[in-house]
Design a protein around this ligand. Sequence first.
Ligand code: NAD
Length: 420
Amino acid sequence: MLREPLRFATITAENAKMGCRKILIAQGELMTEAVRVGIVGARFAARFHWEGLNRVHGVPVQVVGVMSKTAEARDAFAQEKKIRAFATFAELCEVVDIVDLCTPPSSHEQLAVQALSMQKHVIIEKPFTGYFGGGAADFRGDTFPKKKMLDEAMKSCERILRAADSSDKKVCYAENWVYAPAIQKEREIVTKSGAQILWMRGDQSHSGSHSPYYGSWKFSGGGSLVGKGCHPLSAALYLKRVEGESRNGVPIRPVTVSARTHEITRLPGYRDEGFLRTSYNDIEDYAQVHVKFSDGTVADIFASELVLGGVQNSLEVVCNNHRTRCNLNPIDALETFNPREDLFQEVYVVEKTGTKQGWSHPAPDESWQHGYPQEFQDFMESLWLNREPLSGIALARDTTAVLYAGYVSAELGGAETEIP
Ligand SMILES: NC(=O)c1ccc[n+]([C@@H]2O[C@H](COP(=O)([O-])OP(=O)(O)OC[C@H]3O[C@@H](n4cnc5c(N)ncnc54)[C@H](O)[C@@H]3O)[C@@H](O)[C@H]2O)c1
């Protein structure tokens, strides 16, 4: 049965006086102390994970420390947040309940399996896992056979699944789009109106990732399709799961995919004006996928690194009884005109905005729009109350399967390809 999501645990004033330990004793088998979290990675994602963890309410959370590959970033992060810096992943695992992986995709499987084998829960950032060349020196993602990639990516998923099964610990898939208020509102509309979703059209695009790891398949596991397309795709897969579960108790899952990918900024004729990132080694910077579900309905997902004017995050849901545009970013809660760029030097406007001059839509709370605090609320509650997170291993596995079957299809010029 579909669980009503985001119904948060609350600690009442009376309970708070009793202290956490007493509340939890009263609740029986649940956790008895604050959830102890260890962050892994110390840059972009680590920062918004830290903020999300600090916004959790009703569940006591303690971020114990941070571990990262580069000592400099790790120590700076630890000092700034007043937490411990750990030299090794194993040492961090020893003292926490859950590790939060904010590291490049190529590291997710190894770190997750190690944590699970040490009886720790794990949060895994998107993309869940994939294929990264297996350490071969001459590996290039753009030319490597995609069927082999798909097979290996699915084996990687299986290894994480098996490690989770044998540990009895939770895997939280950090797909924030599942938690975005716009997507959750549409979930409510779909379930309460008994809608059938006929077609979805999603997009995540901007002017290029900041991460130095992104751009090399051996770290990122792919380009726009995996790095950006995963977001609207996971949201689309989630809504079809919810639709099926609410009507028949069984998720509606993806069965085939047709995809195209292109490397536009690497075209010999590309004229670089300096506005888009171009330092990609062997990944695509444009992708579109057409997904067919088991009930014959469809979704079209676009993702690229080619779009100026700030991040474009949206999912349109076309149903038999309504139609919704889930706008995650930009939204028009604020419309601001700035006559001179430098006036807004200290003002955060919106993710990946190229300029702050002229008209813009500053995000009043971009993290909230993107679902980050809600994501950590759910993850922490899932441990505290011993239940599954809304975004878990099943959705992560299906997303990986669609993405890599998509690469197989793109290699075949867009041929319809079965999703394993
Ligand atoms: N959900 C989102 O909106 C979102 C946004 C950005 C990034 N991400 C995801 O977050 C993850 C991290 O991305 P990022 O942008 O923070 O990258 P980043 O390059 O800014 O930071 C990566 C960090 O991981 C550390 N690291 C690398 N390999 C490691 C290893 N084996 N063990 C421990 N530490 C290691 C690096 O030293 C660095 O501190 C990626 O999976 C990315 O796709 C998600």
